[in-house]
Design a binder for this molecule. Structure first.
Ligand SMILES: Cc1ncc(COP(=O)(O)O)c(C=O)c1O
Length: 493
């Protein structure tokens, strides 16, 4: 990319999105607090994977640790009391940040969003006539709850998403909600924002599900990093989040924000240190502690919990609305640029999964690339080439297989083939089988924007994608690395 090309493109971008300048504070923030991105030559476009932290977050946390003597909060000595005070302060900050009325909601610290989802799944009082409804568009950590539901004999039903926008099928959802038995516990789980397509599913489903006799588990992990979630306005029973996705540091802490009344109905399948009011070996009995204590197994990640408060204050200072606005402009520009890209023979280079407009969608874009003959370019090869340019994007199914199955038109029979014949098939083998037998793919490329994304990141990305124009898939070459499940392993070659 030449400087002049970039400058021309930037001034064109600014004239197209004049309000982008209202988010200029983020440019200053990036150069003051995230200068290592430029210094190390990175183009970071995997914010849905994990956000990035500011220098000051680390500094504040280190200063905090260096100026305190902190003990395990389960004791009752001075250092323990001090730590308990900071953990509770962070808990209150979480509730305040999401505007969650204190008399209504509780924050339970968990290792990550998956930990929060599992707490609900394993303890929800599913019974034979219960319904567990979930959408095709869900992270595997939500899909996994179906195993708990099934083990209690509950009905598990997936609500499809419709093509091409990959939004919840309204008619199917309405029918499913109204045909359940409202006298038994029922649960609806869906993402506020898809980690695959960026679609933001309507929050109106929360009230409608409540009216139909469902509790609602809102997976907000991909939504809250760039959007405001106001729990005084929308009232899901359970919300799952991971803090590293919001502000990069610390990893290893998530949260279940739960309505007190909903938490009361949960039946934990076990107890652990820290979760009981009373337990006896001889009596073989236990009473679970009240509220959040009954759900925080063992010792919480106490030294890092104050860094959650630092991170939330960091977001408050920046303003989530400023972040939201900036990523919306960048997403709109990127979508339009991608759609425009055509080979000389007129065939499109890019197929975007999900909406190409920014209405009710966030800053995550999933797509595949096609050569001039319409042959799909292996997304793993695209990632390999992006790596060479120091562009961090993500490929695969992003742990969200259902929406990908719909987007690629994979049938139930094709997916069953991955599980039949007694052979334990892995993801790379399954991909090659699909490619050879049906010419289809079970994965895509994903870019996602976050708190310090800027125009240069997206310009670099579009320049990279342009480099695929008019090149045959043969010329682009085959991938040299492999991915298994959602984790990528070097094959040693
Ligand atoms: C929508 C969504 N839900 C849940 C998760 C799981 O988060 P974690 O891996 O932090 O548990 C993710 C992670 O990417 C996600 O995007």
């Amino acid at each position: 990319m030449t400087t002049t090309d970039f400058e021309d493109a930037y001034s064109h971008f600014l004239s197209r999105y004049p309000d982008y300048s209202t988010t200029e504070s983020l440019d200053r923030l990036r150069s003051d607090e995230y200068s290592r991105i430029e210094d190390l030559g990175h183009t970071y476009l995997d914010y849905t994977g994990g956000s990035l932290y500011a220098d000051s977050q680390l500094q504040k946390h280190t200063d905090f640790l260096a100026s305190n003597v902190l003990g395990n909060p389960h004791s009752n000595n001075p250092t323990s009391q001090q730590m308990t005070h900071y953990v509770e302060q962070a808990r209150n900050t979480v509730l305040e940040y999401f505007n969650a009325p204190e008399n209504e909601y509780i924050a339970v610290f968990t290792p990550n969003a998956s930990g929060a989802l599992k707490l609900v799944g394993e303890a929800f009082p599913f019974q034979a006539e219960s319904s567990f409804l979930l959408t095709y568009d869900n992270h595997n950590s939500v899909n996994g709850i179906r195993e708990f539901a099934r083990s209690h004999g509950a009905q598990v039903a997936y609500i499809p998403v419709t093509m091409p926008d990959l939004r919840i099928d309204t008619a199917e959802m309405t029918t499913a909600l109204t045909s359940c038995n409202a006298k038994v516990p029922n649960l609806l789980a869906y993402p506020a924002q898809s980690n695959f397509s960026g679609v933001q599913h309507s929050m109106e489903w929360i009230d409608r599900a409540h009216e139909a006799g469902f509790d609602v588990l809102l997976d907000a992990a991909a939504f809250v990093p760039t959007n405001r979630l106001d729990l005084s306005k929308v009232k899901p029973d359970f919300v799952a989040i991971s803090f590293y996705k919001m502000f990069g540091y610390p990893t290893g802490i998530g949260c279940l924000i739960a309505k007190k009344s909903a938490l009361k109905q949960l039946r934990r399948p076990w107890f652990a240190g820290g979760t009981i009011a009373l337990a006896s070996v001889q009596a073989m009995e236990h009473h679970l502690a009240d509220n959040e204590a009954g759900f925080e197994d063992g010792t919480v990640n106490y030294l890092n919990i104050p860094a959650v408060e630092i991170g939330l204050n960091h977001l408050r200072e920046i303003s989530i609305d400023t972040i939201h606005d900036r990523v919306q402009y960048l997403t709109d520009w990127t979508l339009k640029e991608l759609v425009k890209l055509r080979h000389s023979n007129g065939n499109p280079l890019v197929r975007i999964y999900g909406p190409v407009e920014t209405i009710d969608r966030g800053a995550t874009i999933a797509f595949n690339l096609y050569d001039p003959n319409g042959t799909m370019i292996d997304f793993r090869r695209a990632e390999e080439l992006a790596n060479k340019e120091n562009i961090s994007l993500r490929t695969g199914c992003f742990c969200n297989p259902g929406v990908n199955e719909i987007a690629e038109g994979l049938t139930s029979e094709e997916m069953q083939a991955g599980f039949s014949g007694g052979k334990r098939m892995d993801y790379p083998y399954f991909l090659s089988m699909l490619e050879h037998q049906q010419g289809k793919s079970a994965g895509a490329i994903r870019v996602s924007m976050g708190l310090v994304s800027n125009f240069k990141d997206l310009y670099k990305f579009i320049t990279f994608i342009r480099s695929f124009l008019d090149r045959s898939s043969k010329k682009i070459g085959r991938v040299k690395f492999d991915i298994r499940t959602c984790r990528r392993l070097r094959d040693g070659s």
